[in-house]
Design a protein around this ligand. Structure first.
Ligand code: ADP
Length: 540
């Protein structure tokens, strides 16, 4: 700005100086012409009738006039005598001053003399029958300007210096307060901008208002950014916005953790993983699955203009449920297949009339046994599935009575295996539940204690005021490695029993599911070859 003011003021004064010099020179030139004209008119008075119109007269008159050139001419313009030139001269009738004198009685002209080669001012007057012309040297306009030029140049130099000084002082004076205001304006949120100059007050007011608006806008933007960050970070999904060069533009906490994002470098190491490189480089919306630690994530990459949005969703549970569902279907079909094949085979044989007598009898009892097994399997599956959708209300169940009843129902089985039953059941202990669910738990635990016991073995059942049911047996026991798995669906330690005696590996899964649903604690301890202890704590 300073530079611009300097250039502008310099140009203005330079133009001013040049125009002033030209105009002054012109005025001076005109004034000098007017003065010369007046002088010539006075000089002309030196001519009178005593002066003869010949060379002598011309010379005499010239001397009187201090050396002015004198020319006598006839009225046709032919030269009678000239004080400066002795030779014969051509007629001067066409000369401007002569033509004018012939017309108006007198005439002036300024030009470079053709005969003398200098700039002269001519004055010609008609005096009776002759024309008297006198001429004195005069300066041309350019001559005057040329003579004044060194002075003009000096003035211009002085003008440049004066301009520099003036501009410096003026800009200091004008710019300083503006600079001060600008500095104040830069400190948004600081004190309002003030100025002692009333001309700058409107500017200060506008700046203050703008600062106020900017401040509130920034506040709003910061608040929005804070809320957006809060929103993004509260998402359990990871989200990251990546530009086409792979630079992370926005990332939430979840994604930052998964992708090893470092805020100081702005780089996410995790994005360099082969799977992710392929995903982001493809240019097509895509979905891939990737494991991070023990969790499985669905990585969905979508393009939005020049950016890509990476959404990382934890699908561990969904995928586990999916796998579990498929596994369940596989197990169910597998478990159903064996009895069905057997039933179908024997039914075909019977139908073809190929069996008779004892064999026919045996085939019928196999069909009945396998059908029972199939229906028990279906019953177990239905039970197992029903627990999930069981929305029926709970009520107080006399658990002591229910346990005793269940044990009574199992008496034939105990007898069958010659088992010794030791019970320690306190009366009247109430559990908030539903009868059939409680019966399922007790039934499954006791039937396992029978099934995996030895002949003449022992079972003890205890249920006291602490509401803890303990079913212990001195049977075959379970390997330590198998202990965590026995509660899985369709898991049987000894695959060979394959449902013989009713075991499909669903009993304990049902017990576990019911306990989870009601918030009861299920536990097991076992020593291989010595026996097992199952407990359910009904305090929830
Ligand atoms: P199943 O119908 O095969 O008995 P469960 O889910 O009830 O299925 O039991 C799963 C597996 O756990 C059984 O196959 C068995 O090997 C083992 N198991 C369960 N209870 C006992 C127990 N009291 N003693 C020894 N092993 C047991």
């Amino acid at each position: 700005m300073r530079k611009r003011i300097l250039i502008i003021s310099l140009v203005i004064t330079l133009i001013g100086m040049v125009v002033f010099s030209i105009v002054s020179a012109d005025i001076y030139y005109r004034n000098s012409l007017n003065a010369t004209e007046a002088h010539l008119k006075v000089y002309m008075n030196f001519y009178d009738s005593s002066v003869s119109p010949d060379a002598e007269g011309a010379s005499l008159l010239s001397q009187r006039m201090g050396g002015a050139r004198v020319t006598f001419m006839r009225l046709d313009g032919s030269v009678l005598a000239d004080s400066s030139i002795n030779e014969e001269l051509l007629p001067h009738g066409d000369r401007e001053e002569v033509a004018e004198a012939l017309k108006n009685g007198e005439g002036f002209a300024v030009r470079i003399s053709a005969s003398l080669g200098e700039n002269l001012m001519y004055y010609c007057r008609r005096c009776d029958d002759i024309l008297v012309r006198i001429a004195v040297p005069t300066s041309s306009a350019w001559g005057i300007f040329g003579r004044a030029l060194p002075t003009i140049v000096w003035f211009l130099a002085l003008d440049v210096l004066a301009c520099l000084l003036f501009t410096y002082l003026a800009t200091e004076f004008i710019i300083k307060p503006v600079e001060k205001m600008t500095r104040q304006a830069a400190l948004i949120g600081a004190k309002p901008i003030e100025t002692e100059f009333k001309e700058l007050q409107p500017l200060a007011d506008i700046m203050n208002e703008m600062n106020g608006r900017i401040e509130s806008k920034i506040g709003q933007i910061e608040e929005d950014a804070r809320l957006n960050k809060l929103l993004l970070n509260s998402m359990e999904h990871g989200i990251a916005i990546i530009d086409k060069n792979g630079a992370v533009l926005l990332i939430n906490d979840a994604a930052a953790k998964l992708l090893d994002y470092r805020e100081d470098t702005g780089e996410a190491e995790g994005l360099k993983a082969e799977q992710l490189c392929a995903l982001t480089a493809s240019g097509e919306p895509q979905l891939v699955y990737k494991n991070y630690g023990k969790r499985e994530y669905a990585l969905r990459y979508t393009l939005a203009g020049d950016f890509g949005v990476l959404l990382m969703t934890d699908v561990t549970e969904i995928r586990r449920a999916e796998r579990s569902k498929n596994e369940f279907i596989d197990n169910v079909t597998h478990e159903m297949n064996t009895p069905l094949t057997s039933i179908k085979g024997f039914a075909e044989l019977l139908n073809a009339g190929k069996l008779s007598g004892a064999k026919q009898q045996e085939a019928c009892s196999i069909i009945i046994r396998q059908s029972d097994k199939l229906s028990r399997l279906i019953r177990s599956i239905i039970d197992y599935s029903e627990i999930d959708n069981d929305e029926l209300p709970v009520y107080d169940v006399d658990a002591s009575e229910l346990i005793k009843e269940t044990l009574q129902n199992f008496e034939p089985k105990f007898a069958e295996k010659k088992l010794r039953i030791v019970t320690e059941i306190e009366d009247g202990i109430i559990v908030a539940s539903r009868r059939e669910r409680l019966a399922e738990i007790v039934g499954n635990l006791v039937s396992n204690a029978i099934r995996y016991n030895r002949e003449n073995g022992e079972i003890s059942v205890s249920f006291k005021a602490d509401k803890k049911l303990i079913v212990a047996d001195k049977g075959i026991g379970i390997d330590k490695e198998q202990l965590t798995r026995i509660f899985d669906r369709f898991y049987t330690v000894d695959k060979s029993h394959g449902g013989e005696g009713g075991g499909f590996g669903l009993g304990l899964a049902i017990v576990k599911k019911i306990c989870n649903r009601f918030g009861w604690k299920l536990a097991v301890t076992s020593v291989k070859g010595e026996g097992s202890v199952f407990s359910v704590d009904f305090n929830n």
